[in-house]
Design a protein around this ligand. Structure first.
Ligand SMILES: C[S@@+](CC[C@H](N)C(=O)[O-])C[C@H]1O[C@@H](n2cnc3c(N)ncnc32)[C@H](O)[C@@H]1O
Length: 224
């Protein structure tokens, strides 16, 4: 099951036990980072998901709700649940959704390792910029949990910091090596093979670079 990982991927320098605290602190400034360097990849993920109204959608690690606001807007008759382990991030998400007047949603504290959903109940599971801060063992644990809750024809949409493929991307890796908390604990990961190891079919994997920041956007399905 375990693939050989590069040094970069095998590192996760902020343990999960500290992540909620790090993001409680980062929540005050996260939207600046999240808009300047990640908005294109997040938007592409929403396009690839092909949301139609009336679906059961779960966003894990919803953060300040940058993607969730758009998800709820596209799925007003469906079920929209967003969860995160950081109360600081959730509180920003609540304010954002309230301001947007988006009614049909639930935002709650919860972990990717123990999702508040029954087996095979979710049509689309979104998860943006979370695996890039996890250890390989935790990544496997969360992917297994995602597989449990997704319907047999369900879609998994992932966005993560990835390894740079174009000029200008190496600066972020350097910052991570010196001061990982400044990067919110994120380093580049490449997840397609790992998803296949867990029985997912990778429909597409796209590379998006914004302000030099390298992201991968993946659409995967449980079945063929
Ligand atoms: C880099 S932020 C991304 C936030 C949001 N997905 C976005 O794209 O704007 C990472 C988020 O993952 C959350 N997170 C990390 N580990 C988690 C876990 N095990 N379960 C749920 N959320 C987690 C953090 O609290 C944080 O809000």
């Amino acid at each position: 099951m375990h693939r050989r990982l590069s040094i970069q991927e095998s590192e996760a320098r902020i343990p999960q036990s500290r992540i909620a605290r790090v993001y409680d602190l980062n929540s005050r400034v996260y939207d600046i980072w999240g808009t300047l360097t990640e908005s294109k990849a997040r938007q592409r993920a929403i396009e690839l998901a092909g949301i139609t109204d009336g679906l059961d959608i779960l966003e894990v690690a919803v953060g300040t709700g940058l993607a969730f606001r758009e998800i709820v807007r596209l799925n007003p008759q469906g079920t929209n649940v967003g969860l995160d382990i950081s109360e600081g991030m959730l509180s920003r998400a609540r304010k954002r959704l309230q301001k947007a007047g988006s009614g049909n949603h639930t935002l709650q504290n919860g972990s990717a390792f123990e999702l508040p959903a029954g087996g095979q109940t979710v049509d689309i599971l979104f998860n943006n910029y979370m695996f890039d801060l996890m250890t390989p063992d935790d990544i496997d644990r969360a992917i297994r949990e995602f597989g449990r809750v997704l319907k047999p024809d369900g879609r998994l949409v992932l966005v993560n910091m990835t390894k740079g493929e174009k000029h200008g991307s190496c600066i972020y890796e350097r910052i991570y090596r010196i001061f990982p908390a400044l990067m919110g604990g994120c380093r580049g990961v490449v997840l397609s093979e790992r998803l296949r190891d867990h029985g997912f079919t990778v429909v597409t994997r796209e590379y998006v670079q914004q302000m030099g920041f390298p992201s991968e956007v993946i659409l995967a399905t449980k079945g063929g």
